[in-house]
Design a protein around this ligand. Sequence first.
Ligand code: C2E
Ligand code: CA
Ligand code: CA
Length: 790
Amino acid sequence: MRVHSLENRVVTLFIGLLLSVQLAAFFAIGNAIDRNARQAVEASLKINERVFEKVLDQNAQKFLQSVTVLGREYGFIQAIASKDVATIISTLSNHGDRIGSDLAILAELDGKISLSTNANLQDLRKGSLQQTVSALIATAEKTGSASGSAIVDGRPYQFLVAPVQAPVTIAWIVMGIPMGKNLVNEMRYQPNMQISLLTSDQGANWKTNVSTLSDEYAQKLAKLMPPAGQQVRAMPLQIEEDQYSAHILPLAHNEQYNAIAVLQLSISEAVAPYKELQRNLLILTVLGAIVASIVSVITARRITNPVRQLAETARSLGAGDYTATINVKQKDEIGDLARTFMTMRDGIAQREKEISRLAYWDTLTNLPNRALFTDMLEEAIASARSHEKSCFVLMMDLDRFKHVNDVMGHRFGDILLNQVAIRLSAELGTGGTKPARLGGDEFAILLPNSSKKNALDLANRILRSLEKPISIEDQTVDLGAGIGIAGFPEHASDAQSLLSRVEVAMYAAKLGNSGAVIYSPDIDKSSQQSLSLLSELRAALEHQAFRLYVQPKVGLDHGQVIAVEALVRWIHPERGFIFPDQFIPFAEQTGFIRQLTHWVMNEAARVCHVWQQQGIQLKISVNISTRDLLDQDLPGKFAQILQNHEVEPASFCLEITESAIMDDPVRAFQTLDRLHAMGLELSIDDFGTGYSSLAYLKRLPVHELKIDKSFVLKMETDIDDTKIVKSTIDLGHNMGLRVVAEGVENLEVMQLLKELGCDQAQGYYISKPMPSADLPSWLLKWQEQHTPAG
Ligand code: C2E
Ligand code: CA
Ligand code: CA
């Protein structure tokens, strides 16, 4: 538990408060007890003081009677009258013994001490005793008898005075009784009351005469007494460990001595009964504190537990766990907070679900997207690795999808993708393997715990299912696809490389038009070479490594050059001169051909303009590929080029092979129509090698047929070729087309073609392709040789 936790603070506050209240009460009670005890002690002392005085007085009265009786005794009076000193002394002495007096005196009427049981009579007459006696007799003269205290030989005495009456007073009897242990004990009203009688000499040193205290305590008490001159009446005392409250009563004093009585009561003893009470109170306090601690801990827990639960739930929320619940039974604010928190949690969970749906699911097809597919693949690989199994991935790319999208619009494309997703799901069945859409028209299927054969079977089933045309809104679309297959652990050891391998296989399938292709390192190698070739082609365009060559076409009826065919060449920095056969097919597969065609067209237009300025009027034929025909922007681009170079569309003829048209006739027709409408002429190249249907041919806006060179090359020796060439020429003419023969290598063929009615000839016999810049001078030479003289 943390030191600064809420719980700790609540508990500390609770216990702190309780303890301070308890302690305050404890000390207040302690103080009250002490004060009460002192007050009680004080009261007791006051009572004792009165008892002390009363006992002293009673004592005096009791003895005074006996002294008075002696004063009336006949024998004693006789002895005084006859001045019989011996009898007087012995009578005094006897009587004194009886009442405990050790000093009996006979005084004359004027108070002068005349006889005493004490031997030293002269001393008595001189000392302070005489004054005491005189004073007492003076009192007794008024009241009949008297009593009082005095100090004799440093000890306190009680003195009693009574007259000797015969019947008039003839003398005074004075008896001195030392105040002793008996008297002190009698004065002890309470057993714990300590009474001490002390006297001090002139040096003010106190001395304890009689005491109920032990000798040791009595001596200590004497030392604690204030000097005799100070009239202290009450004081606290501490002897050893014991605390006392003391009252001081003056007994007597003369020039030399002071006598006091000290009454003391132990405060410690007075407090003792309360101490027990206080101990009980302390125990109660401690018990109370313990109970309060427990209660406060429980209360604090009741408050902090839900808060802690909230914090824990928040932590698991942070870690992405939305399942943690809080038990909310409380109806208080904490309960409210918890409930609000749960609502918040649900909201976050909902939103996260939505976010992850957006992040992991393709919204169009409701299939997993690339991110989720990669996760699934990683899991499948991990599981396959731990079970020593294999798993496979199919990756599929639709054919012509971009084209469909371009022509039919994106909405149509979206519906198409959905249909494909449905077909894929249908093909996979309910086995649990779901297709994923990686993006665009690319789909992938994960086959956990599968074999190569299974994967290939599935791929073929999918391809077959896609052969069936898809109809959307009365339109029928023929879809094809290329599927790549790769597996763990055979082809890759992790998800990323497996994905790149399967992609390589897929491209191979598309390039080779071969349906399903299982990855092999060879494809990778060729695809790597292709990749580097593609980048080299791009570099070539950038560094102007392409050259435009031209090959003339001659009109067979008059032998004049009327056109040229533009043919591209590549001057490679390392490999040197490269013929188009080596890179055109690749450029067509990769789509680079579009850029190349653009370059050729632009160059042809430039050259055309240059020639026209030199007075050379030649139609230029440019070769166009399938991919170019699928490019909707092609007509626009060409128009721009022609405009840039200020040349007429009629100066150009576009050569298109049959297969280029047959690949996607609908598209091809559209583009060709637009090109035709612009005023460009069109020619069917390599005629006779494809499978063109005459119906198509009829529909096409073409002007020219080019008989493929394979029929022309050996036609002078091969009778079949001659027949083919002848019937082609007739077919073309019947359809109102101009017919061109290419691959004319000798005069025989040239003449044979002329006889067959062919319109134009092109071939090495006339000229090999040459750099476009060389043409004007070549043309001059040609004209010199072929212009009929005159
Ligand atoms: P193609 O369109 O059939 O071009 C005619 C080819 O026949 C040229 O080969 C030309 O040199 C060759 N040829 C011409 N007369 C004779 C002859 O008497 N005997 C023999 N044996 N051959 C002759 P080239 O220039 O190597 O072009 C090959 C192919 O490359 C072309 O066939 C064409 O399909 C393609 N091509 C060339 N340049 C371009 C271009 O700029 N764009 C496109 N799309 N394709 C091009
Ligand atoms: Ca051609
Ligand atoms: Ca050709």
